[in-house]
Design a protein around this ligand. Structure first.
Ligand SMILES: [Zn+2]
Length: 64
């Protein structure tokens, strides 16, 4: 099972309300504006500002 693309399009960053990009491994949702990633745990996006991981600390998938 993968995350529902239609659902993803409804998700926005809880801080800036900007669009999110799903990481290639589907383990996180990245906000460009906030330069951070919201983790996806057991296919449930954690849409909490407190849980956001800064880009440089993100240990999930890396582009490429
Ligand atoms: Zn944001």
């Amino acid at each position: 099972m993968t995350l529902d693309q239609e659902m993803l399009q409804l998700l926005v960053c809880p801080e800036c309300k900007g669009p999110l990009t799903l990481c290639p491994a589907q383990d996180g949702l990245r906000c460009d504006a906030c330069q951070g990633v919201y983790p996806v745990r057991e296919e449930i996006p954690v849409m909490l500002v407190e849980e956001r991981v800064p880009d440089e600390q993100w240990q999930g998938s890396v582009a490429d």
